[in-house]
Design a protein around this ligand. Structure first.
Ligand code: NAD
Ligand code: UD1
Length: 333
């Protein structure tokens, strides 16, 4: 049984990963400052797994506290979710994003090194493929950033690469997530953004529950079969399971490796809307709105590396993702 530290473990993807880790018999400590989550989530995790994870309520930017925590923790590995993640907000307050995401990660890596814990799985993003690459996105493609949030992901990947190059006793895995949606099938944990959601499925969920009038479909004149943008939506539970496989892979890895976590399959905005309609049992109003700045027509993953190295593959289809999102939404209004 290993002791895994999960930074950002109270957040959307982190909480689902804590569930999977505990169900696999691991001992987990959640390190979170709750700047975008709620401590109640830990009770919900206990309802699902029977065990409340230990909590270290710490801001990763508080260097002294992070060092003190790792000096005592006897950690075997870290999964690092903690970070700010809203693309639009990152353009408005870039320094806050650079400060939180980069300083937090530097403190974490240095505290781990001081404590002799050198195994880490990092939440990267498909955003690092930028807007010039053809689909499907493969790990060897050139990377680029189009906003400060994306730059923080690229800069952190660079930090990890340099760290591993200097000292190959580190095992560092960057997981490049595509579009995580859905919720735990229990309906106890899921995604609940504050205010009006920016992302597609949380927005549709609010239309379905009656909190918002209609979906704005951002552009129907792209060069895609139905004219709307295509993304690789992945069930958050599949994604969470990918982290367990990445931890196992890290046991055998000397150095750094980046791996896509997606399904390898793209769905359009209209396909997602129709799947959600099936899930909630009614038609959902929408209007065609102008294109959103910065959107690219198509993105989906090449998944061979995840299959080969992690022995992992996503299982859930779009309808299951929408059903689980709707189940969570109904139970948490
Ligand atoms: P989230 O906001 O739900 O979770 C992030 C958690 O980190 C929150 O609980 C927050 O309180 C915590 N946190 C943030 N800054 C912290 C700090 N300085 N110290 C301690 N805790 C801190 O986000 P999520 O959707 O679960 O995403 C998790 C990670 O995955 C993020 O790094 C995000 O950039 C990355 N990611 C997310 C998506 C997505 O679509 N959700 C896609 C690609 C990558
Ligand atoms: C998001 C992130 C991106 C990350 C990617 C995968 C943002 C702005 N970008 O982008 O950094 O790499 O996930 O994790 O958060 N749409 C509508 N109406 C809406 C909302 C969205 O039509 O109200 C459309 C968008 O134009 C897009 C698709 O739905 O075509 C998906 O949008 P979204 O959920 O925001 O994800 P990404 O654009 O892929």
């Amino acid at each position: 049984m290993a002791h895994i530290i999960v930074t950002g473990g109270a957040g959307f993807i982190g909480s689902h990963t804590v569930v999977e880790l505990q169900q696999a018999g691991e001992t987990v400590t959640v390190l979170d400052n709750f700047c975008n989550s709620n401590p109640e989530v830990l009770g919900r995790i206990a309802e699902i797994t029977g065990t409340k994870p230990a909590l270290a309520e710490i801001d990763l930017c508080d260097r002294e506290k992070v060092f003190a925590f790792f000096a005592d923790a006897k950690a075997d590995a870290v999964i690092h979710f903690a970070g700010l993640k809203a693309v639009g907000e990152s353009c408005k307050i870039p320094l806050r994003y650079y400060s939180n995401n980069l300083t937090g990660t530097l403190n974490l890596l240095e505290a781990m090194a001081a404590a002799g814990c050198k195994k880490l799985v990092f939440s990267s993003s498909a955003t690092v493929y930028g807007d010039r690459n053809p689909v499907p996105f493969t790990e060897g493609m050139p990377t680029a950033a189009t906003n400060p949030y994306g730059w923080t992901k690229l800069m952190i990947e660079q930090m990890l690469m340099d760290t591993a190059a200097a000292d190959p006793s580190w095992s560092l895995v960057a997981l490049r997530y595509f579009n995580p949606i859905g919720a735990h099938p229990s309906g106890l944990i899921g995604e609940s953004p504050n205010g009006i959601p920016n992302n597609l499925v949380p927005y549709i969920a609010k239309v379905a529950i009656g909190e918002l009038d209609h979906l704005n479909v951002f552009g129907d004149d792209y060069d895609t079969p139905d004219g709307t943008c295509i993304r690789d939506y992945i069930h958050v539970v599949d994604l969470a399971k990918g982290h367990l496989c990445a931890l196992r892979y890290a046991d055998t890895l000397a150095g750094f490796k980046e791996v896509n976590l997606g399904t390898g399959h793209g769905s359009s905005v209209m396909e997602v809307l129709h799947a959600y309609e099936k899930a909630c049992g009614r038609e959902l109003p929408y209007v065609i709105a102008p294109r959103r700045d910065g959107d690219i027509p198509r993105m989906y993953a090449q998944t061979d590396r995840a299959k080969e190295l992690l022995h992992w593959e996503a299982e859930s289809d779009l309808l299951t993702m929408c059903r689980d999102s709707w189940n969570f939404t109904k139970k948490n209004v």
